[in-house]
Design a protein around this ligand. Structure first.
Ligand code: ARG
Length: 592
């Protein structure tokens, strides 16, 4: 994500702007060199550094070069840096790779935080060059229950959508449910058998959809007559037979009700446009690809051959039917041309990687996408590893069934409630407060455990670990936030009044370190968006609470001479923590 230059809360961006000016005067004939700014390692004498000298040196060295080595280039970059209120001092060592170290002005830092307190944290949002993004996430299959495997695509997709929404991007949150496969033949026939009067079928009649699916599948596998009926049913359904359409709609509706219970609990918004939605458009889209000469015949099927892949992408099966890829190509076309999305993001597990790689490549070949995969309109597959049980195998119950998501959430809530009761909270709080906190903590713990690791690796689902109040867990972080809120409450001060009347200062090293970390929020959200890695934000949040602890364990807030300024620092920390929670889909709690 190339971000627009104007980014008031983003330190890195602002430093880039300064060094950009410096680069232009240092090497005027190299206008394309982009500033490389990173945060400084702890052992270096700066907050940020510019790393361009080494690379520039290798571009310009030579007999006539005015520079004698990377440090000289660094020195020039330093001398040409425009003066700025944000910079306190700059230095560059006379040996080595010529890093230019920047120490930020503490006064400026304090002022920036005070500004955020007045103007709101939205002024620290990234500003990506994207108007409308579409996040295709969660996307379960109709008639199957949502199980633990749906946790990751749901939670990851929601977080990415939230980060983009925060960045003022319009986000189409798309649930691409599997509502159009051949499995509907057997489901409909089974429904007809069990409930000859389809109209009267209700959710409760079918009961457990998972077992309804399983029973119809086993009948399909064992009973050849049924199998034949089911295959005919698919044809009738896809041909638009009203009775079959009605039965199909019923099954979809029952599933949808089940899905929405999970979404409601997890506070996840999604707009469904399932596979069936794109069906009327497929023939035209395939026609367009054909007219561009992309489609060939192969073993009776119609396929697209793609460089770098041994097998072609099948877009029309040998029986003339469409498949997952034809639907996805069509949905992609629709999203680009009808919905005008300029960034389309798909969240599924890694096993579908090849499918996405192939149809992205086909879309590029068709000229729907630019050559560069970082240019817009842009497409990304956000893949992830599996959720494992403690035995490191795929997470299942003892009966080797998949774990239902509702049961998992129930258990998370029960466990966190038990922990709160053990701490006597049932006597302090109303039953509603107890319930709401148990939910926020329980669901938050499940989400955070899913998000905190790099998504490309799997993780072990472990209730004890995720509900621990120590270490990098949602419970610990929610505690930390509640503790800050309690410090502010206990002061009895009117924070809004302090914001207007008191100067925030960061005189002590721990205050400054906390302040600097707060100011890194904007660039962190930007990084998490650019890399599509929410764990970057989790790590930031965890370090923030650690920085706060280092500050609070040394410095008194309430009753100290610096009380007013420190309360503002507490407030800024709480605001940034809450924004992180919000972006991660976690409900903050104010007392615990
Ligand atoms: N329904 C699919 C599954 O359960 C996921 C769909 C992902 N989105 C897409 N456009 N293919 O595996």
């Amino acid at each position: 994500m190339e971000v627009n230059q104007e980014c008031p809360g983003n330190l890195k961006r602002q430093l880039e702007k300064l060094f950009d000016a410096s680069l232009r005067s240092t090497v005027p004939d190299k206008p394309r060199v982009k500033p490389v700014i990173t945060t400084s390692p702890l052992d270096r004498s700066g907050d940020y550094q510019c790393n361009n000298a080494m690379g520039l040196w290798s571009m310009i060295k030579g007999k006539d070069s005015q520079f004698k080595g990377p440090p000289a280039v660094g020195e020039a970059l330093l001398n040409n840096l425009p003066t700025s209120e944000m910079v306190d001092s700059i230095s560059c060592s006379v040996t080595g790779p010529g890093f230019v170290n920047v120490v930020l002005s503490t006064k400026w830092m304090a002022k920036s935080i005070a500004n955020m307190l007045i103007e709101g944290i939205d002024t620290w949002a990234p500003t990506p060059p994207v108007k409308r993004a579409l996040v295709d996430f969660s996307s379960p299959n109709i008639a199957k229950e949502m199980h633990v495997g749906h946790l990751r695509p749901t939670v990851l997709g929601d977080t990415l959508a939230r980060m983009l929404e925060f960045s003022k991007v319009e986000v189409l949150r798309r649930n691409h449910v599997g509502d159009w496969g051949t499995q509907f033949g057997m489901l409909i026939e089974y429904l007809f058998e069990k409930f000859p009067d389809t109209d009267s079928v209700t959710e409760t009649a079918i009961g457990d959809l998972q077992s309804f699916y399983r029973k119809s599948k086993s009948k399909f596998d064992l009973d050849p007559d049924f199998k034949e009926k089911a295959q005919k049913a698919v044809v009738r359904l896809q041909g638009g037979d009203p009775i079959y359409r009605k039965a199909w709609a019923k099954i979809c509706e029952i599933s949808r009700t089940e899905f929405s219970k999970v979404y409601q609990r997890l506070q996840i918004e999604l707009e469904e446009k399932g596979e069936s939605f794109y069906n009327p458009y497929i023939a035209n889209v395939i026609g367009e690809l054909d007219s561009k000469g992309l489609i060939e015949e192969s073993e009776g099927a119609r396929v697209i051959f793609l460089q770098g892949f041994k097998i072609p992408l099948i877009v029309v099966k040998s029986d003339g039917g469409f498949n997952y890829a034809s639907t996805d190509l069509t949905a992609f076309w629709y999203r680009l041309n009808e919905e005008k999305a300029d960034w389309i993001i798909y969240v599924t597990d890694f096993s579908q990687k090849q499918h996405f790689d192939m149809f992205f490549k086909a879309a590029r070949k068709a000229g729907w996408l630019p050559e560069s995969d970082k240019a817009y309109p842009r497409v990304d597959h956000v893949d992830f590893g599996l959720v494992n049980g403690e035995d490191r195998k795929r997470f299942r119950t003892r009966s080797s069934d998949v774990v239902r998501l509702v049961d998992l959430l129930d258990e998370a809530k029960t466990r966190s409630k038990t922990a709160l009761i053990e701490r006597g909270k049932d006597k302090e709080w109303t039953p509603e407060e107890l319930d709401q906190t148990a939910e926020a903590v329980g669901y938050g713990a499940v989400k955070y455990a899913d998000l905190k690791g790099n998504r490309t690796t799997g993780y072990t689902f472990d209730f004890d670990a995720m509900l621990s109040d120590k270490g990098n867990t949602a419970v610990y972080l929610l505690y930390a936030h509640a503790r800050i809120c309690s410090i502010i409450r206990k002061s009895g001060k009117d924070i809004d009044e302090l914001k207007k009347t008191v100067e925030l200062v960061l005189d002590h090293p721990e205050e400054r370190a906390l302040g600097l970390h707060l100011l890194r929020f904007a660039e962190t959200v930007e990084e998490a968006c650019t890399t599509l890695l929410p764990n970057v934000l989790c790590l930031y949040l965890y370090s923030l609470s650690e920085r706060f602890t280092s500050f609070y364990s040394i410095h008194q807030v309430n009753g100290s001479p610096e009380e007013a300024s420190r309360l503002l620092l507490c407030e800024a920390t709480a605001i940034v923590m809450r924004k992180c929670f919000h972006l991660l889909g976690i409900t903050p709690v104010y007392k615990m």
